[in-house]
Design a protein around this ligand. Structure first.
Ligand SMILES: Cc1cc2nc3c(=O)[nH]c(=O)nc-3n(C[C@H](O)[C@H](O)[C@H](O)COP(=O)(O)O)c2cc1C
Length: 187
């Protein structure tokens, strides 16, 4: 049985560096035997700011779509920008909505975090912050993360990574994550 990996980049911007990194990772996963990738866009999960009064009227469509996509997956790939050394507010808002479902859709889901940033630090400070709500919601966040620094100079025009060495590192990290996820899900 194939391991289903659902993922998206948490940026709404055209030409997003995180979107490009997500696509490189998704293509590497596509090439692995027994792995199916469900590519999503963050835009399809758009939802209002969390408000308990709204929740009592019913969850917004974007939250319902995100919950369904998470539930249908064996494992998750989240590629997120770092905003102000932390998790982008729109991603945190989406996680806050998801956290109100019972049972929690993220519970026991293996999850790999990655980030792309034009800085030298590659979004690593934001990744550590992003782990916190995910872990509180029961996701099994891989201890290994991937931060792409100097992201504005990292890609060829066709979207591939300029550095073959980095591409190889990413491929190895993804292969290890697939093993990690299989061990947890037996998929
Ligand atoms: C509100 C905001 C805060 C940001 N804070 C950081 C930061 O703390 N660290 C960082 O490396 N880049 C920061 N940046 C720059 C982003 O890394 C850069 O805009 C990046 O291209 C965003 O990802 P994207 O290309 O996938 O949209 C920030 C950008 C915005 C819009």
């Amino acid at each position: 049985m194939a391991l289903k990996v659902m993922g998206f980049a948490a940026s709404l911007r055209q030409n997003s560096h995180n979107g490009k990194l997500f696509e490189v990772a998704a293509s590497l996963l596509d090439a692995m035997e027994g792995v199916e990738v469900d590519r999503r866009s963050f835009a399809e999960f758009e939802m209002p700011l969390y408000n308990q009064d709204l929740q009592e009227e019913g969850f917004p469509e974007g939250a319902e779509r995100m919950k369904a996509a998470v539930e249908a997956a064996d494992a998750l790939l989240l590629v997120t920008p770092e905003y102000n050394y932390s998790i982008p507010g729109n991603l945190k808002n989406a996680l806050d909505w998801l956290s109100r479902y019972r049972p929690g859709p993220l519970r026991d889901k293996p999850l790999l975090l990655m980030s792309a940033s034009p800085s030298m630090i590659g979004g690593n400070r934001g990744l550590w912050q992003t782990r916190i709500p995910l872990e509180s919601m029961g996701a099994v966040v891989s201890p290994r993360m991937f931060g792409l620094s100097m992201a504005h100079q990292a890609f060829e025009d066709d979207g591939s990574l300029k550095s073959a060495e980095l591409n190889e590192q990413l491929d190895g990290l993804l292969a290890d994550f697939v093993e990690f996820a299989r061990a947890l899900t037996r998929a």
